[in-house]
Design a protein around this ligand. Structure first.
Ligand SMILES: NC(=O)c1ccc[n+]([C@@H]2O[C@H](COP(=O)([O-])OP(=O)(O)OC[C@H]3O[C@@H](n4cnc5c(N)ncnc54)[C@H](O)[C@@H]3O)[C@@H](O)[C@H]2O)c1
Ligand SMILES: O=C(O)[C@H](O)[C@H](O)COP(=O)(O)O
Length: 367
């Protein structure tokens, strides 16, 4: 069995090496002729799996994407051609929760806000949105959820989009869709951007095209800019460079890039391929992970917001990501390079807090 995988997918050798002939290559450079004799293709979000890519893939029996988002895969085509498919729902939801928590604490320090007095709206209350909501509640924030597809089934817990957009902080967690009643392409459009209050904070850790970046730039260059946190950008890997100086935290689509999240992503594909081939799964994803560099801290009191930010930074320093992004901006290929060389990052759950109050588990730490 010949398996071709994106070179940025860790643990492929460990999981598939003893039963497949494994080759890896840059995900953006996979060519149709490379797939001629390939049985299994494992990709990340940067490989467009479509008619053109699969034109010569006569042996292909399985495609896996080690991601939550599937907007890069023509799943209808795979179904038509009888090619098995798996994604990794939820694999990096905890990492996205960590990213947004770190961002919230940074924003609060920047604006001199007490988060417990603020409202957070989550647009898209699925896997990642729910993680974010859990953490915000643990910070004492008032949380609004906006998810029209879920609200159609049970409206009890949800607010309308217009109400959500009035929150102090609005965090976006929707899949990218271009058609249908809940299409999310440019969900944040020029009209909406123009009507926001200058004190508001917007976070995008889902897909860049959900926000109209040109319209945001126009707003930011005006007299009443917003506070922005952007992990994802319209037209990645290209970035609208003039927007970056107007963004408080800028990063190269790494919100989900914890080591644990990546291990879960590859492992989900391993499980799916094992199931397709009737093979027993011999591993647990935890076995793939090295011990974390800092495994425990003892608290002697209830940490305030500043101490909480320090604790988070002990595991994940979002400012380091922001600095690396600004330093590299403009260099050829900088976006993909930062992602490829992304430092090993552990989840907050890798840190055990002794003496913590129980709500701190809601922030993601092990208590
Ligand atoms: N930046 C990153 O590293 C990163 C990491 C993981 C996921 N993502 C992106 O985030 C997206 C969400 O991930 P998830 O795991 O939470 O997915 P999910 O499918 O679990 O949840 C998405 C939710 O959005 C809702 N939704 C759909 N259209 C909507 C709309 N127009 N308005 C409001 N809600 C809407 C859905 O009903 C669903 O509940 C993924 O599709 C992926 O594109 C990015
Ligand atoms: O959809 C996802 O799961 C994330 O956006 C994913 O982490 C993106 O990372 P990539 O696949 O591009 O490496």
């Amino acid at each position: 069995m010949k398996l071709l995988a994106d070179e940025n997918m860790p643990f492929v050798q460990e999981l598939f090496g003893d039963w497949a002939d494994v080759a890896t290559c840059p995900g953006r450079d996979i060519r149709p002729e490379q797939l001629r004799d390939v049985d299994v293709l494992l990709v990340r979000s940067i490989t467009r799996v479509d008619e053109a890519l699969l034109a010569r893939a006569e042996r292909l029996a399985f495609v896996g994407t080690a991601t939550i988002g599937c907007d890069h895969v023509d799943t209808a085509l795979l179904a038509r051609r009888g090619i098995g498919f798996a994604s990794a729902p939820g694999c990096n939801k905890v990492a996205v929760g960590d990213y947004v928590l770190a961002a919230l604490l940074r924003v609060a320090a920047h604006k001199d806000w007490r988060l417990g007095e603020k409202t957070l709206a989550v647009i898209g209350a699925g896997n990642t949105g729910a993680e974010v909501a859990r953490r915000a509640r643990a910070l004492g924030m008032r949380v609004m959820l906006c998810d029209p597809p879920l609200a159609e089934r049970d409206p009890t817990d949800f607010v309308r989009f217009e109400q959500a957009m009035s929150a102090d902080i609005v965090s976006f967690h929707v899949p990218l869709t271009r058609t249908g009643p809940h299409a999310s392409w440019h969900l944040l459009d020029e009209a909406l951007i123009g009507g926001l209050h200058p004190e508001q904070v917007l976070i995008n850790a889902c897909r860049g095209d959900v926000w109209d970046n040109q319209a945001l730039l126009a707003r930011q260059q005006g007299p009443a800019p917003l506070t922005l946190v952007m992990d994802v950008w319209e037209h990645e890997p290209r970035v609208l460079a003039p927007l970056v100086p107007h963004v408080l935290i800028a990063s190269p689509h790494i919100a989900g890039y914890s080591l644990e999240g990546k291990a879960r992503g590859t492992f989900a594909l391993y499980q799916a391929l094992c199931a397709q081939q009737g093979r027993d799964t011999g591993f647990a994803p935890e076995q793939l992970l090295p011990p974390p560099p800092v495994a425990g801290v003892t608290l002697t009191g209830v940490p305030d917001q500043v101490q909480l930010e320090r604790l988070v930074r002990l595991v994940y320093d979002i400012e380091q990501d922001d600095r690396a992004f600004r330093r590299a901006l403009g260099q050829p290929g900088f976006f993909d390079r930062l992602r490829k060389d992304y430092p090993e990052r552990r989840e907050l759950g890798s840190l055990r807090l002794a003496g913590a109050y129980p709500a701190m588990a809601g922030l993601g730490f092990k208590v």
